[in-house]
Design a protein around this ligand. Structure first.
Ligand SMILES: Nc1ncnc2c1ncn2[C@@H]1O[C@H](COP(=O)(O)OP(=O)(O)O)[C@@H](O)[C@H]1O
Ligand SMILES: [Mg+2]
Length: 266
């Protein structure tokens, strides 16, 4: 906990974040088009909250989420993480900071190395950061599997031997291995069956409470975030068009595009 002055305890503060990708027009064409994936987005994420980020496919959600972790370098703008200027960090300091921020991907199948067992996938961050002895890492790995509701017997299996829900649990175990403060969950249930979606959402909620996590929860569907968010930010064509508490947003959507997203919920 940082010193409190009565102001909300900010974990992440993004100011005027912009990302312009250069896209080559074609194989033989040297010229490129600018893709304005994210344009001038400012937002704050309070410690312990879930901020949902919604918007249709291509609206810039993943680009924004990855910029907040500096997995994509912004074209301009600034990011503070726990009061530290993230874009000013050298690679050594960034590496240390990275332990505190992790990402969960949409498709846990393509994001896991198919030749690694569940145990080695979950243990890898501990190994990379050289934490503990080998025995301690194995013990921690078992603890992590239990924490995400997987039987330790699954440790020797490969990703293709698991169900979609189990694979996503492996991704979550790996993401929390280093005890991060901040998790970007990029459409973590989009690829799953509806019945499994609820289980994974409940797991994420439980872990948030247990571990004091702060979430940026990305979804293209407002339905999913109705159950997991404190506040909701809506993106449209790279811009943030609305940010309200979940209750206010569902009751009184301000932006036309938010109303369209709400109307598309069956
Ligand atoms: N590496 C890249 N190079 C070029 N364009 C990209 C790249 N990544 C994303 N884009 C483009 O940026 C826009 C936003 O993409 P993205 O952030 O993935 O949106 P979302 O996650 O909301 O679907 C899209 O038009 C996409 O095609
Ligand atoms: Mg995306």
């Amino acid at each position: 906990m940082s010193a409190s002055s009565g102001a909300p305890d900010l974990l992440v503060k993004a100011s005027s974040l912009t990302k312009v990708f250069k896209r080559r027009r074609g194989l033989l064409d040297r010229a490129s088009d600018d893709v304005h994936a994210v344009s001038g987005v400012s937002l704050e994420i309070v410690r312990g909250e879930t901020l949902a980020l919604v918007g249709e496919s291509g609206s810039g959600k993943s680009t924004l989420g990855r910029m907040l972790l500096r997995l994509i370098e912004p074209s301009s703008g600034s990011i503070e993480f726990d009061g530290v200027d993230l874009l000013g960090l050298d690679s050594g300091s960034l590496r240390k900071m990275r332990r505190r921020m992790q990402i969960i991907f949409q498709d846990p199948y393509s994001s896991h190395n198919p030749t690694m067992t569940v145990r080695s996938i979950v243990r890898e961050p501990l190994t990379i950061h050289r934490l503990g002895t080998r025995a301690e890492r194995d013990e921690r790995t078992t603890e992590l599997l239990t924490l995400v509701g997987l039987k330790p017997e699954l440790a020797g299996r490969y990703p293709h031997e698991l169900s979609g829900g189990e694979r996503q649990r492996v991704g979550i175990a790996r993401a929390i291995a280093l005890e991060p403060d901040f998790l970007v969950a990029d459409e973590p249930v989009t690829a799953l069956d509806v019945s499994v979606q609820a289980q994974i959402l409940n797991l994420l909620l439980g872990l948030q409470e247990k571990l004091g996590l702060t979430y940026l929860f990305i979804a293209h569907d407002l339905r999913v975030v109705e159950h997991v968010s404190d506040r909701v930010a809506v993106m449209h064509r790279g811009k943030l068009v609305e940010l309200q508490s979940r209750i206010d947003l569902f009751a009184h959507p301000k932006h036309e595009h938010t109303r369209e997203l709400l109307a598309s919920i069956p």
